[in-house]
Design a protein around this ligand. Sequence first.
Ligand code: FE
Ligand code: FE
Ligand code: ZN
Length: 284
Amino acid sequence: MKQYIGAHLSVGKGYEDMVDRAVVMGANTFAFFLRNPRGGSARALDVEDLEKAREKLEKYEFGPLVAHAPYTMNPAGSKESVLAFADIAMREDLDRLEYLPGSYYNFHPGSHVGQGIEKGITFISEYLKRMLDRPLQTTVLLETMAGKGTEVGSCFEELATIIKNVDKDDSLGVCLDTCHIHEAGYDLKDIDGILQEFDEIIGLQYLNAIHLNDSKNPRGARKDRHELLGEGEIGWDSIINVLTHPQLRHLPFILETPQETEEGYGIEIAELRERSTHILSMKK
Ligand code: FE
Ligand code: FE
Ligand code: ZN
C-alpha cells in the first residue's frame, strides 16, 4: 500500500519548485507556510505557478498537502491586534488554498494567555465559526499541542469540545503531532490505547494528518522540542508503529524534524519507507 510521506518545505521559489523538490526527496506530500511563519503577508498571487504545481501534484500522484498557519496566529489572544491578524491570516490563507483544492490547513489552536482554558476554547470555537462561514475545498485541522505555556489543545478533550462547538463536520479535523502528544503526556508505546482514546473522545474520522517527529524531552515535559527520528525520547519502534498502524497508514505523514537540509529529509523519508515496508512485509 502506498504511503504519503513528506516534510515541511520552504515556499521560497514558488509552488511548482516546491513540488519538484519534494519529488527529488522521495516525498509524495508536504507542508509549507503560505506566509512568513512569524507574521507578514502572503506571497503575491501567481496563478500560473499554482496551476503548474497542481498539474505536477496530479502527475506524481501526491496525497493531500498539509499547509501550516503562521505561529503568531492566536485566536485565543487578548490583544485586539493579535485577534485581528488571526482573522485576516486564516481568511487569506484559505482563499489562496482554493487554488490547491483538497488540501489541509493545519493550525495551532492558540494560547489563552492567562484568560483561562474555558475562555480560550470559546474564543477558538467562535473564530472557527467565522472562518468556516463559506464553502471551502480545504479542511481546517486543529493540531494537538504539547501544552507549553497556556496552549489550548494538549488533550483530546479540549479539541473535541472545539469541534463540537463549531459543528461543521466536513470542514474541521485534527492533525496529530507525535512530539506534541508525547510531551503532553501520552505514551506512544501504547499507540492502540491512544487511538482508542482518540476515537472515544474525538472520533477517528476526524484524524486527517500526522506530524511525525521525535522529541528531545521525556514524556510529559510540555516544552515542544522536536528531534530527528529515532534520536529522541520516542524512538524508532513507536515512530514506525504510528507509520504502519492500520488505522493511520492512509494519512499524510509530515516530518518537522530539525534537519538542516532537504537532503536530510530525503534520507529520513527513505529510511521511513524502508522500515515500514520491512515491518508490513513481516506482518503479512
Ligand atoms: Fe505545528
Ligand atoms: Fe507539528
Ligand atoms: Zn512542535
